[in-house]
Write a protein that binds this ligand. Sequence first.
Ligand SMILES: [Mg+2]
Length: 107
Amino acid sequence: MCNLSFNEAKRMVRELVEAKGFPNDEPALTQKLLWAFVELGEAADAYKKGMDWLKVCEELIDTIFYILDFIGLVEKTQGIEIDVDRLFIDKWRMNMERPRRYGQVRG
Ligand SMILES: [Mg+2]
């Protein structure tokens, strides 16, 4: 096991984007979100086809890459800082305080 924070992962993804010459400006924000959906679709497809669990999870990690890429690009283009670890912890606490099965009436 290795310890890696969301913030450090975000920094690493941004490093990758710059090193590999991927789109890295404000107009690219939309496509980062689109590719996150595409990767989620790849995960769903791999699951549907009964592929290896590691393959399904790898596609989910691809999704996270694009999400972190998006957040990092928001930081860069909007000149703000987004503490992803803080966001996660705050959201987790908020959800823990909500009622049982909050927001899910059916299913
Ligand atoms: Mg993929």
